[in-house]
Ligand binder design. Structure first.
Ligand SMILES: [Mn+2]
Length: 322
């Protein structure tokens, strides 16, 4: 019996690529997808693993103490390697660095972090996968990725990368089994364009995105410096919906809102990269009794259903301060 390695990763394109790079290093590892809300349970069910590799999974504020305990417990019975790029309080970061075999949480994509860690133990061409993951998360402008991009035909790499982040928006590839086989393919050094059907799926997704733009153009509204759309289109296109809402209304911030049960799910984007969207989302959401966060250029919030107008007002208020 060999040793058992489990890779827990996010199912977006950065997560898929980060998982594939880890799998290049630990051939035969088992791949599981998770997300922040189910991270605790999924990690908890990783039993009898000699090694657990976690990539691109954020720790939510709410679960932090329980997760810290669980990570500690898991690292007593095996090796835990954790690569992420989502914000974590400094104290927790220090503790994780002391407790886990490897803890990396820095700038850039999770794919970059995993690649940098294993680069001397995997084929040199795996940098392509790191670049695809970085592009998928809008994180290719780091010094490391930019310098590596110069060694290859960047345009060809962008073409391949788009087949991951657009392809998984299509129904044929949005399930965990398809994504798992994508991880496998990438880990073996083959490209997204080698995956049967993915090119056609990408073409469908990009067509959907352009028709979404037309829809947003017809439906977007503007209050102050915020453009928004409500209940437009399906999952997978929230980011573009929000961004187009800003673009077509010529606003600094774009919002896409979707009702989910008794809450409103808010996605926020901006073309103004000097804004810290995550703190805008957090402040405006907390002012109306919700919660928010994310990345500086891609953020979200969840607020009470009837608080949308108030949220937009608060958003304009905090926007004036930035
Ligand atoms: Mn991710």
């Amino acid at each position: 019996m060999g040793s058992r390695t489990i890779i827990l990763t996010h199912s977006d394109s950065d997560g898929i690529c980060a998982g594939a790079i880890a799998l290049s290093r630990f051939r035969g590892a088992e791949i599981f997808f998770t997300k922040p809300v189910s991270f605790f349970d999924d990690l908890n069910s990783c039993s009898e693993a000699d090694r657990i590799i976690i990539t691109d999974i954020a720790i939510t504020r709410k679960d932090i103490s329980a997760l810290m305990k669980l990570l500690e417990e898991k690292s007593r019975s095996g090796e835990v390697l954790y690569f992420d790029h989502h914000p974590v309080p400094a104290k927790a970061k220090e503790k994780l660095a002391r407790t886990l075999a490897v803890y990396v949480n820095g700038d850039g994509s999770a794919s970059e972090a995993v690649y940098r860690h294993f680069q001397n133990e995997i084929p040199k061409e795996r940098i392509w996968v790191a670049i695809y993951g970085a592009i998928g998360d809008y994180e290719e402008r780091t010094e490391f990725v930019e310098s590596r991009l110069r060694s290859w035909d960047a345009r060809a790499l962008y073409f391949e990368a788009s087949m991951i982040f657009l392809g998984i928006k299509d129904r044929e590839f949005d399930d965990y089994d398809s994504k798992r086989s994508m991880v496998q393919t990438l880990s073996e050094g083959r490209n997204p364009s080698d995956i049967p059907g993915l090119m056609e799926a990408t073409r469908r997704a990009v067509k959907d995105e352009f028709s979404l733009y037309e829809l947003v153009k017809k439906n977007a509204q503007k209050v102050g410096d915020v453009g928004f759309v409500k209940e437009l289109y399906s999952f997978g296109f929230r980011g573009p919906s929000a961004l187009f809402a800003a673009t077509v209304t010529n606003s600094r911030v774009g919002v896409a809102a979707f009702a989910r049960k008794n809450k409103l799910d808010i996605t926020m984007r901006s073309c103004d990269y000097s804004l810290q969207l995550s703190s805008l989302a957090e402040d405006a959401a907390e002012a109306v009794g919700g919660s928010g966060g994310g990345h500086p250029h891609a953020a979200g919030a969840r607020i009470p259903l009837e608080k949308f107008d108030e949220f937009i007002r608060e958003l304009n208020k905090v926007l004036k301060k930035q």
